[in-house]
Write a protein that binds this ligand. Sequence first.
Ligand code: SF4
Length: 73
Amino acid sequence: MSAPLLSADRGRCIGAGMCAMTAPEVFDQDPDDGLVLLLAPEPTGADRAAARMAAGLCPSGAITLHEPEPGLS
Ligand code: SF4
């Protein structure tokens, strides 16, 4: 088994909510503490693109997208 495509580090998350706004099918915010909840660790298609954008937008760098490098697999 390989590592999940996507990970969200709740220890780094500051609850800015950019991810849940950018990729609502992939991320949500915990109603209790406002921190990120990962809904879909293996997003595909448009959801993967949105997750990639959310990773770039996250102000705390809490989101990691583990994508295989094209040509390296
Ligand atoms: S964008 Fe980053 S800091 Fe904001 S809720 Fe999502 S994971 Fe947390």
